[in-house]
Ligand binder design. Sequence first.
Ligand code: RBV
Length: 426
Amino acid sequence: MTVSPISDRLADVESAVADGRTKIDWAYEHMPILQSLRADFEAEQPFAGLTIGMALHVEAKTAALVETLAAGGAEVAITGCNPLSTHDDVSAALDAHEAITSYAEHGVDETGYYDAIEAVIAHEPDITVDDGGDLVFRIHEEHPELIDSIIGGSEETTTGVHRLRSMDADDALDYPVFAVNDTPMKRLFDNVHGTGEASLSSIAMTTNLSWAGKTVVVGGFGQCGRGVARKAAGQNASVVVTEVDPRRALEAHMEGYEVLPMAEAAKKGDVFITTTGNRDVITPEHVQHMQDGVILANAGHFDVEIDLDGLADLAVEQRAVRDGVREYKLEDGRRINVLAEGRLVNLATPVSLGHPVEVMDQSFGIQAVAVRELATNGDAYDAGVHEVPDALDREVATIKLEAEDIQIDELTDEQAAYLDSWSQGT
Ligand code: RBV
């Protein structure tokens, strides 16, 4: 089915556009990296004549990225990458821009979600920007005829990069895609601080409950898990970590967290937050061990980490107990509360705002330079997953340091020579 842009679907477009505009302006005001890149793009027009198709969480920071690309001459078509993370007013404000079409709408069902992905693809993008990989996968599955004219893509998140690498390993990825997630400027900030802060604040705002004195079980100790664990500990919670990788488990142990298998952690936790990127991290077997009133939340990209079907089978009753909280009542009376339908809690509760502006400025700064690299130098990259060139990561870091007025040292010639030489010992 064809989907029309969001503006055709809202009752009061004008007030939505005004509200969205206010949100975008606030975010952009705090995004010095995008401001700096936008000034360059306005002068150089690197995207003139190009169409960029995007599927990202459509909210204010993302909008600032989209407008930065449009300022560089791009036509942009965008939709969401999760049905619950879209802010309709921001989507409307984007759609009001003459070079931007936004199809994103909050709360669409699965059909509406994929129809909107199709609508973006119908713009025949030269470059794709994904968070989770849906555009790349859909194009490969349903529209392979477009691949020849696609310069390349970029991918925002761990799960998307993981999917792309599997595709690449199967020789099934037919255009180059930059792994934006894997850059230091993204991964060490957005994944750690962004996921940690936004997950905890979304859970706290949704439940109005305190972290202090709680036992928080963190599923997975990757970049996101360590952020969630660190911030929860910082809020005076006791933290338990579950892992499948022996080195990460040891790392969590050495950071001072208790490490347990989920079946054991299930008995102790008050709040469970999954960050693994894998399915079935919390299953009905785990739920059988849980205390009355526990809170289950997922911070991974897809809603597969908590087995909600299994939980529904186990429950004798279900009801909404607060906005964004669903209670599953078990036969023996215990209540299990699931936030945001098991979708990424940092973006998908009714009060979630996504990651803080500062970290998204970094991530989207990398997105912007990655897209610029494709537009200006795309021929240099073969089909497959590519690291973002380190020089681009440094460029974005340098802009940020300048904006923060932080000075650092430079290597002297002698130091540079020393680092390069293998003959200098004692
Ligand atoms: N993320 N986006 C936001 N626009 O508010 N918040 C988080 C936003 C991204 C983040 O970079 C992460 O990799 C991805 O969402 C998970 O879908």
